[in-house]
Design a protein around this ligand. Structure first.
Ligand code: GRF
Length: 200
C-alpha cells in the first residue's frame, strides 16, 4: 500500500508538482492524499486541484492566537492520516501539535546550517558564497534547525542573481526531495541524536 503524504505549500508548488508527478508511478510507493496551505490563490493549490487532490487552507490571521492556528492545522492534517508530512515551500513554522503527531520533512534552498530562514538564497549571494545548495531535513520547532536527511551542493555562478540561483537550486531540490521522500516512505528511517538514517 502506498504511503500517505500531506504536502504543505505557500507558493508556486513546484516541489509539490514533482511529488505529484513521481507518485503517478506505483513503484514510487507514495500517494499525496492532501495539500494544505496558509493562503489562498496560490499555484500550489491549483496544482493540487488539477491532480484531484483535496486541499485545505488555514490562514494564521483568521485566528486570535498562534496556538489556536497550530491546533487547527494539526487537526486538518490528521484527518488525512498521513505517514509523512512534507513542508514544501510552506512559509510557516509548524507548531508542537503537528510536530508531536507526525514526522515532518522540510526543504530549504541552502546548505544548512548556513543561511537558514526565509531568504536562504539571497543571504548566500550576499555573503559571497561560491557553493550553496539545498537541504532536506526533519522539521523541529526551530527555523531550519532539524536533523539533516540529505543535502546537495549547487555552485554559485559569477552572474547569478537571486532568481537565477534559486531556479538552479530548485531543480536540484525537487529531485532530492522526491528521492528522499520515496526512500523514507518505502524503507523507513531512524533518528539517533542528529543523525538520520534511511532504512531500518
Ligand atoms: C523552495 O526553494 C523551498 O525550499 C523554499 O521555497 C521554494 C518553494 O518552491 N522555501 P515551490 O513552491 O515548491 O516552487
Amino acid at each position: 500500500m502506498a504511503g500517505r503524504l500531506v504536502v504543505l505549500v505557500s507558493g508556486s508548488g513546484t516541489n509539490l508538482q514533482a511529488l505529484l508527478d513521481a507518485s503517478v508511478d506505483p513503484s514510487y510507493g507514495v500517494r499525496v492524499v492532501a495539500v494544505g496551505a496558509d493562503r489562498d490563490g496560490i499555484e500550489g493549490l491549483s496544482r493540487a486541484a488539477r491532480a484531484n487532490v483535496p486541499t485545505f487552507v488555514e490562514k494564521l490571521g483568521d485566528y486570535s492566537t498562534r496556538a489556536e492556528w497550530d491546533e487547527v492545522v494539526s487537526t486538518r492534517i490528521a484527518a488525512y492520516e498521513p505517514d509523512l508530512v512534507v513542508s514544501a515551500g510552506f512559509m510557516k513554522i509548524l507548531g508542537k501539535p503537528t510536530l508531536d503527531a507526525f514526522p515532518v520533512l522540510n526543504t530549504h534552498p541552502a546548505l544548512l546550517p548556513s543561511f537558514p530562514g526565509a531568504h536562504g538564497v539571497r543571504d548566500a549571494l550576499a555573503h559571497g558564497a561560491k557553493v550553496t545548495g539545498c537541504t532536506v531535513m526533519l522539521a523541529d520547532e526551530g527555523v531550519d534547525t532539524g536533523p539533516i536527511v540529505a543535502q546537495e551542493a549547487v555552485p554559485v555562478l559569477p552572474d547569478d542573481d537571486e532568481a537565477t540561483l534559486h531556479e538552479r537550486i530548485k531543480a536540484v531540490e525537487r529531485r532530492l526531495l522526491v528521492d528522499v521522500v520515496g526512500r523514507m516512505v518505502r524503507e523507513g528511517w531512524t533518528v539517533s541524536g542528529r543523525t538520520v538514517r534511511i532504512g531500518k
